[in-house]
Design a protein around this ligand. Structure first.
Ligand SMILES: [Zn+2]
Length: 235
């Protein structure tokens, strides 16, 4: 009897421990249960990858012109439904020398979803990227960085790498932040081999978009060179 009472008393504790474990697993940028997940690259060389999530949007020219002026190549994790809305902008990203990655079709949390849903989100977006004429390896970045079992298993079966990040100003600083604060945060947290995540696409005024120039200038001043994700993975 006593034993049963002890077990009953422990159940909420065990449940909480399990729920915490699942939550951490779902949100981890450095671990998943199957396949490769890459938040950064181990190197002593001062190289980084600048990555942009979501989009594209009508703000493509502004972002691409900044990168062109600064002679920097970046990696864009785009959403399938936005490729359909902005095919010319999507094409322009890689014809100007940048890389495209898959950020799902509709940007939903890819946890507690059916295998069919996961497959559709990944495959539809890869097909749209290929239809644009893109012919390089396509890596995947989970929406909200969330994954649990189905997504890593599927990506592994298709030999698709999961790319996360180790520098994300928006999550650390919150939404109400200035471009200068973003630049300062990125400068302070970037290390050789870092993958930097910026959300530049939406809104007429966007501090993340405005920070791109400063991020590039400051990191260049610190001796960093910008590579695309595939170039960084070769280091
Ligand atoms: Zn996203």
């Amino acid at each position: 009897m006593k034993k049963i009472l002890i077990i009953l008393a422990l159940l909420p504790v065990l449940f909480l421990a399990f729920a915490t474990f699942i939550y951490k697993l779902m949100n981890s940028e450095t671990f998943q249960i199957a396949g490769e997940i890459i938040p950064r690259v181990e190197t002593n060389e001062k190289v980084v990858a600048l990555t942009f999530d979501d989009g594209p949007s009508e703000n493509a020219d502004e972002i691409l012109n900044t990168l062109k002026e600064k002679n920097v190549k970046a990696t864009f994790y785009v959403m399938g439904e936005n490729i359909e809305k902005f095919p010319e902008e999507s094409k322009k990203i890689f014809t100007e020398g940048h890389e495209l990655g898959n950020h799902s079709y509709s940007h939903q949390r890819m946890v507690f979803k059916s295998n069919q849903f996961i497959r559709d989100e990944v495959d539809k977006t890869n097909a749209l990227i290929l239809q644009l004429g893109y012919d390089k390896e396509i890596t995947f970045r989970p929406p909200f960085g969330k994954k649990l079992i189905g997504l890593p298993m599927y990506l592994k079966s298709k030999n698709i790498k999961t790319i996360t990040w180790d520098v994300e100003p928006q999550k650390a600083l919150g939404a109400d932040v200035s471009a200068d604060q973003i630049v300062e945060y990125v400068r302070n947290t970037t290390k050789p081999g870092s993958i930097i995540l910026i959300h530049p696409w939406y809104g007429e005024k966007n501090a993340s978009r405005d920070s791109i120039e400063g991020v590039i200038d400051e990191l260049k001043a610190d001796g960093y060179q910008f590579l695309t994700v595939s170039e960084l993975l070769k280091k």
